[in-house]
Design a protein around this ligand. Structure first.
Ligand SMILES: Cc1cc2nc3c(=O)[nH]c(=O)nc-3n(C[C@H](O)[C@H](O)[C@H](O)COP(=O)(O)O)c2cc1C
Length: 223
């Protein structure tokens, strides 16, 4: 029995089908891709947060062949926080917007390093800029969103940083999900091995549990 999401997607595709003359069933079948975008919000490109997000995405992709993933590493990119429209700014945010506006987008995994028990300022800036996806329409509504964080201390504030991102994303009417049991809040990683996050076995397991759970949520919301 299709749920609200799948009915919504069906109606969208049926509308296109009516215009193009294609049968709605075939359009529906073509439009069942599920895209999960991972966003790493560490200023350090390719470091522990990016590795953890990629591991979560790989676990998500392993759940079902209908799941596509895309990685956005904000490391090395410039993203300013929200700025009044009359002040023209130029940064890299526009280049990442298409992935977030993709009609196939059904899930997002956000990763942040823990900075002073909080998310990074790059992550806060990224979240502020998502304002553009709220009006006139809540474009991220009903997307499954899971979060991970990497701290330099074992108990460095990972869960607090995750919770802050959850709270911000609730403003988009997203479906917040945690990870599979053992990673209830999301994935919590410890950068204790000189940037080789793969040595944090517990943390890596939690990243996989997060990716798996986001994939499961995406499938249950959209089939
Ligand atoms: C400004 C700053 C503040 C930090 N504050 C914390 C903290 O409160 N708790 C913690 O566990 N780690 C803290 N760290 C360590 C980082 O979270 C950790 O090194 C993380 O792996 C960095 O992610 P990255 O490898 O993706 O850059 C801090 C690092 C910086 C640069």
């Amino acid at each position: 029995m299709p749920n609200v999401n799948s009915r919504r997607r069906f109606l969208q595709t049926a509308g296109v089908a009516a215009i193009t003359g294609l049968g709605a069933t075939s359009m529906y079948a073509q439009n069942t891709k599920n895209k999960i975008v991972g966003v790493s919000c560490s200023p350090r490109k390719g470091k522990t947060t990016a590795t953890a997000v990629q591991i979560a995405l790989d676990a998500a992709a392993a759940v079902n062949s209908n799941i596509e993933t895309e990685m956005i590493d904000l490391g090395g990119k410039t993203v300013y926080g929200w700025t009044p429209p009359d002040r023209k700014i130029s940064d890299d945010f526009e280049s990442i917007l298409p992935a977030l506006k993709s009609p196939d987008l059904t899930g997002i995994i956000i990763g942040t390093p823990v900075y002073f028990r909080n998310m990074s300022s790059l992550c806060a800036a990224f979240l502020e800029r998502l304002t553009i996806l709220r009006k006139p329409q809540l474009l991220l509504a009903d997307k499954a969103v899971g979060v991970l964080s990497v701290g330099g201390y074992r108990n460095g504030g990972q869960e607090m940083a995750i919770q802050q991102i959850h709270t911000a994303m609730l403003c988009h009417e997203v479906m917040i999900v945690g990870g599979k049991p053992g990673a209830h809040q999301g994935a919590t990683l410890w950068n204790a091995y000189e940037d080789d996050i793969t040595k944090d076995e517990f943390g890596i397991e939690s990243a996989k549990k997060l990716g798996t759970r986001v994939a499961e949520a995406v499938l249950s919301l959209n089939t």
